[in-house]
Write a protein that binds this ligand. Structure first.
Ligand code: NAD
Ligand code: TYD
Length: 336
């Protein structure tokens, strides 16, 4: 199989490419990435010289570029990760989210339709369901009630992608995953931000009471699920992907501090995120039934591995935290 991956220099896309090439999942992988603040070719240093790999620096909104690439490469499938992915940034500046997540997805779908691509896997999120009341868990037919500009832009792109199956019979599959964590995650998201601050003994900003619940999925488990959905899923279908490990944020941060041998006193309660979803919860039986996929990495083990990676890669952390990151950190946290 020959795959076009978008957003392959980001956190999940780069894990997917490393696994796809390392595990022989694909014969060739082409990575189209704009290299925004979140895209980092260091994440792919290990595959850069692999003759089965090609990097193309470009924007998914550039339909001409995408059309040319599809003509040149004729991939069997597109796996679409590229997105603006952080809720807090979507609150500070929503425009890029509409541009990349909605218009960019539209541009790819159009090019894929014209080229007759045989599979289009759209990587989405459980955040499109919005906050879920206890004791419910959302299945794939749960109503969409996104709360943030990020999740609303993802919900919009999910619906657009599905319409390309219904209307044009472009074989689209949508996956909706819960919160990912693991090595190479940009330290704006909860787990890497807390690990990196704790390593520097800086305060750990807990939004509101810290009792918001997220379901944690180790990034490699997510990548294996995407492969399963791609190979065993049905066109026009949606598949939830979760880690089956729901925890309140405060407990996650306590575990990080315990594993690092740092005091709980580093945790600081700060002003809550506007529109903050209280709880995410999904069922993942549909993908399990279709493919046999289940998450393999228990949270404690995944968290240990992740902490070890951040500890062992201070150069990577220092480089991604220089420049733009400082400005973002100031903007998001200074007046909380
Ligand atoms: P990320 O922010 O780490 O990476 C995004 C990548 O997309 C970067 O390499 C960036 O350069 C690239 N990109 C952004 N705009 C682009 C554009 N216009 N054209 C080409 N490339 C562009 O994101 P991530 O955490 O790896 O998430 C990947 C996908 O998974 C996203 O679609 C996200 O919505 C989804 N998702 C993420 C999570 C999570 O917990 N991180 C959970 C569920 C779903
Ligand atoms: P995040 O990693 O941004 O993912 P999402 O908002 O997409 O679920 O945040 C995970 C949870 O952690 C969410 O409830 C917000 C909370 N959080 C904090 O309490 N402090 C922080 O500094 C960050 C980044 C997140």
């Amino acid at each position: 199989m020959k795959w076009l991956v978008t957003g392959g220099a980001g956190f999940i896309g780069s894990a997917f490419i490393r696994l796809a090439l390392g595990g022989g999942w694909a014969r060739r992988v082409v990575n189209l990435d704009k290299l925004t603040y979140a895209g980092n070719l260091e994440n792919l240093a290990g595959v850069q010289a692999d003759p089965r790999y090609r990097f193309v620096h470009g924007d998914i909104c550039d339909t001409r570029l995408v059309e040319r690439l599809l003509e040149e490469e004729r991939p069997d499938a597109i796996i679409h990760f590229a997105a603006e992915s952080h809720v807090d940034r979507s609150i500070l500046g929503p425009e890029a989210f509409i541009e990349t997540n909605v218009r960019g997805t539209f541009s790819l779908l159009e090019a894929a339709r014209k080229a007759g691509v045989a599979r289009f896997l759209h990587v989405s999120t459980d955040e499109v369901y919005g906050s879920i009341e206890e004791p419910h868990e959302a299945d794939e037919s749960w109503p969409l009630r996104p709360s943030s500009p990020y999740s609303a832009s993802k919900a919009g792109s999910d619906l657009l992608a599905l319409s390309y199956w219904t209307t044009f019979r472009l074989p689209v599959i949508v996956t909706r995953a819960s919160n990912n964590y693991g090595p190479y995650q940009f330290p704006e998201k909860l787990i890497p931000l807390m690990i990196s601050n704790a390593l520097e003994e800086k305060s750990l900003p807990i939004y509101g009471d810290g009792m918001q619940v997220r379901d944690w999925l180790y990034v490699d488990d997510h990548c294996r699920a995407i492969r399963a959905a791609l190979e065993r899923g049905e066109p026009g279908e949606i598949y939830n992907i979760g880690g089956a490990r729901a925890l309140p944020n405060r407990r996650v941060v306590e575990m990080i501090l315990e594993m690092l041998g740092k005091p709980y006193s580093l945790m600081t309660q700060v002003k809550d995120r506007p529109g903050h979803d209280r709880r995410y919860a999904i069922t993942t039986e549909k993908l399990a039934r279709a493919s046999g996929w289940r998450p393999e990495v228990p949270f404690e083990e995944g968290l240990e591995r992740t902490i070890r990676w951040y500890r062992d890669n201070p150069g990577w952390v220092a480089r991604v935290k220089s420049g733009e990151y400082q400005k973002y950190y100031e903007q998001n946290y200074a007046n909380r």
